[in-house]
Design a protein around this ligand. Structure first.
Ligand code: SF4
Length: 373
C-alpha cells in the first residue's frame, strides 16, 4: 500500500498563521502543472512494487487548479502508477467552491473533499486573514453535498488568541450542523516567519494559556464524541467508516511519494524533500539536485513510529513493535512506559500501548521521554 501526495504551492493570499510553503503569485500555475506532470513521470520507480491506494491534493490551494489541470494530473498518475485508489482527497478553500466548479469536480475520480473552514466567526476569519466568510463556508459545504460529495472533511482552529469558549462551542455546533463525515481540529501555533509570528514579536498577540487550550480541546472532544465521531488521532475525528485513509497510511509508516515543491517522500528507509521554491522547481525538474535526502537510522524510524502511533487512538501495537524493532527495544519501551502507565497517561490493553484520548494533548510530553530508548 502506498500513497501519492501532490503539493499545489499557490494561495491567493497568505493566512496569518500559515507556515506551509506557498506563494501568492499565481501566474506560473500553467508552467508549474507541466513541471508537475514531468516530475510524476520522472519518479515512476519510486514506489515500485507498491499499489497506490490513496492520492491527496494538498497545498497551498489545490482549488486554484482548473478542472483540466486536475484531470491532467490524475491521468498522468494513472498512466505512470496504475493506481487502485480507494480515496482521492482534494483540499479546497470555501471561496473557490462555486456550484459550477463543484459540479465539474464531482465528475472527476476525486471522492473526498477537505475544506479549510477554520472558523464560523467572521471576526476571527478576518483576524486570521482567511479569504472567506462564515456564510461562504456553509454554502461551500452545501453545494459540495448537492454536487454529490458524501465524504467531506473540514478543518477548525482552536486556541486562537482572544477566542471565547462560547465562540469555540458555536463553531463546533455549526460544523456539526453541516452533516459532514470528518473533522480536523488544530490548535493555533504561532510560527516564526508568519504574520502572527511578527505580531507576537511586536507584542501584539501571545499564545493562549495552557488552561485555555486544554479547556477548548476538552469541549471539542466531548461534543464530537456525543455526535458519534471517533477520535482516532490527536487532531482528527471521523464518523464510523470515514477515517482519512491517506493520512492514516502516514501514521502507519507506509511509503508515499510527494510531488511538487516542498513535498516529502518516504520509501521506508529514506526521506526526500523537494526544494521549497517554485521557480527553482520549474527550472530544475527533472534534475535530482533539488531534493535533499535524509537516510533514517533504525533509531529514527523507531522514534517516528512511537511519535505517530501515540498520537493515534490505537497506539503502539506491541507485536508489530517487537517485529520491527526487536525484543530488547520492546523491553526498554515497557520499562520507560511504566511511570506513565502508573500515572494514567498511558494504558495497555489488547496488545496495544496507547494514550487515552482525553490525555492526547499531553502526548508530546510522553513521546519526548520515549525517544531514543
Ligand atoms: S492556510 Fe491554506 S490557504 Fe491559507 S496560506 Fe496556508 S496553505 Fe494557503
Amino acid at each position: 500500500m502506498a500513497g501519492i501526495y501532490i503539493h499545489i504551492p499557490f494561495c491567493k493570499s497568505k493566512c496569518s498563521y500559515c507556515d506551509f510553503y506557498s506563494c501568492t503569485s499565481t501566474e506560473t500555475i500553467g508552467r508549474f502543472v507541466e513541471t508537475l506532470l514531468c516530475e510524476i513521470r520522472c519518479r515512476k520507480d519510486y514506489l515500485s512494487g507498491e499499489t497506490v491506494r490513496t492520492i491527496y491534493f494538498g497545498g497551498g490551494t489545490p482549488s486554484l487548479l482548473s478542472i483540466g489541470q486536475i484531470r491532467a494530473i490524475l491521468e498522468t498518475i494513472n498512466d505512470v502508477f496504475a493506481p487502485q485508489p480507494e480515496e482521492i482527497t482534494f483540499e479546497a478553500n470555501p471561496d473557490d467552491l462555486s456550484p459550477e466548479y463543484l459540479a465539474m469536480l464531482a465528475q472527476t475520480p476525486i471522492n473526498r473533499l477537505s475544506i479549510g473552514i477554520q472558523s464560523f466567526d467572521d471576526f476571527q476569519l478576518r483576524f486570521m486573514n482567511r479569504r472567506h466568510t462564515a456564510a461562504q463556508a456553509v454554502r461551500a459545504v452545501k453545494h459540495a453535498q448537492k454536487a454529490g460529495f458524501d465524504n467531506i472533511s473540514a478543518d477548525l482552529i482552536f486556541g486562537i488568541p482572544g477566542m471565547e469558549d462560547s465562540t469555540w462551542e458555536a463553531n463546533i455546533d455549526r460544523m456539526l450542523s453541516l452533516d459532514i463525515q470528518h473533522i480536523s481540529a488544530y490548535h493555533l501555533t504561532i510560527e516564526e516567519g508568519t504574520r502572527f509570528g511578527q505580531m507576537a514579536a511586536a507584542g501584539e498577540i501571545s499564545p493562549v494559556p495552557d488552561e485555555t487550550s486544554e479547556r477548548q480541546y476538552a469541549i471539542l472532544c466531548e461534543k464530537l464524541d456525543k455526535a458519534g465521531f471517533e477520535h482516532y488521532e490527536i487532531s482528527n475525528f471521523a464518523l464510523p467508516g470515514h477515517r482519512a485513509l491517506h493520512n492514516s497510511s502516514y501514521w502507519r509508516g507506509e511509503p508515499y511519494l510527494g510531488i511538487g515543491p516542498s513535498a516529502h517522500s518516504y520509501d521506508g528507509h529514506q526521506r526526500d524533500v523537494c526544494t521549497a521554491d517554485t521557480p527553482t522547481y520549474i527550472k530544475s525538474i527533472p534534475s535530482p539536485d533539488i531534493f535533499e535526502t535524509e537516510t533514517l537510522t533504525q533509531q529514527d524510524v523507531q522514534n517516528e513510529y512511537i511519535m505517530v502511533r501515540l498520537r493515534c487512538s490505537e497506539g503502539i501495537d506491541i507485536d508489530d513493535f517487537r517485529h520491527k524493532f526487536g525484543e530488547k527495544s520492546l523491553e526498554k519501551l515497557h520499562f520507560e512506559a511504566q511511570k506513565f502507565i502508573q500515572s494514567g497517561l498511558l494504558e495497555i490493553k489488547s496488545g496495544h500501548i496507547y494514550v487515552p484520548t482525553n490525555r492526547f494533548l499531553l502526548s508530546d510530553r510522553i513521546i519526548c521521554e520515549l525517544f531514543d530508548i
